[in-house]
Ligand binder design. Structure first.
Ligand code: ZN
Length: 282
């Protein structure tokens, strides 16, 4: 068993190269991702089938997109990066080279578990340079969209509180608070799978979206019931929401803050990421 870093203070890279292959949720096409060590701080991405220099991933590349987080890298885009980025950042990795084929990161089982397993297969090793410095808050930040709210308040530790409130009986109201460490991320958050609603799934499929969705890579809710139980946690949906939040903050870096999110979405997470970034440029 791998020993995970105890916090997010030291710099870590991968001890070897590891890969995973699978179908993209939106494109329905097979894609492959290689993860490997890097001597430079940050996450660098290049395409296997193109002769291009690795691009350092940054929050400015994030584009709003329906149901997933997309990066625009020059003329190329890369869809559904959030679970992979959550796994890299959540496990404590600060220096990583990513190589991809295709334009979407595979969904795998809909959680970050297979990425965590890939990372633990090769293990972590100390990186040769320090990790990018963390954003320090002096006062609280607040962003909202409709009924959804996210706040970040100054804190020594990086902790998360998530609340969701769905009319569907199978989900209902769920609350989760966690102090994030690599160990906690791996055991409490990474295995939580993405979820959707039967009526929406049919609608999206009919519009040619989510071509790669199956009952093996997303929990599907039909009112008071799940179509494909068992759940991995009784509150798997809120855990997955926190996984998405971690993925959406991965490129900004985890702030010295407690983040509280009520009815989060990728757009709301991205709003907070943008507010956090303004603190860096001041
Ligand atoms: Zn997700």
């Amino acid at each position: 068993m791998i020993t995970w870093p105890s916090d997010y203070l030291s710099a870590w890279t991968l001890a070897g190269v590891v890969s995973r292959k699978g179908v993209g949720l939106h494109t329905g096409e097979e894609c492959e991702v290689h993860l490997g060590p890097s001597s430079k701080a940050g996450y660098y991405l290049s395409w296997m089938d193109k002769d291009s220099l690795p691009i350092r991933l940054s929050p400015s590349q994030v584009r709003e997109s329906l149901l997933c987080t997309t990066l625009q890298l020059g003329s190329q885009r890369l869809l559904t990066v959030e679970h992979l980025l959550a796994a890299l950042a959540g496990c404590g990795l600060s220096h990583v080279e990513i190589k991809v084929s295709g334009e979407e990161v595979p969904l795998l089982d809909g959680s970050a578990l297979e990425w965590v397993e890939a990372i633990s297969e090769v293990g972590l090793t100390a990186a040769p340079t320090s990790r990018p410095s963390r954003i320090v808050l002096k006062e609280p930040l607040l962003c909202h969209r409709g009924k959804s709210v996210i706040t970040a308040t100054p804190s020594e530790k990086f902790s998360l509180v998530g609340v969701i409130d769905f009319p569907q009986g199978a989900i209902g109201r769920q609350v989760m608070a966690i102090e994030l460490t690599p160990e906690n991320f791996v055991t409490e958050i990474a295995p939580a799978r993405t979820f959707g609603f039967l009526d929406q799934v049919e609608q999206l499929r009919d519009s040619g979206l989510i071509r790669g969705a199956t009952l093996d890579n997303a929990l599907v809710c039909d009112g008071d019931e799940w179509l494909n139980p068992p759940l991995r946690f009784s509150d798997e949906p809120i855990r997955h929401k926190l996984l998405d939040l971690i993925g959406d903050l991965a490129l900004v870096g985890f702030p010295k803050a407690q983040v509280v999110v009520y009815r989060g979405s990728h757009q709301l997470h991205t709003d907070l990421a943008a507010s956090l970034l303004t603190l860096c440029t001041k």
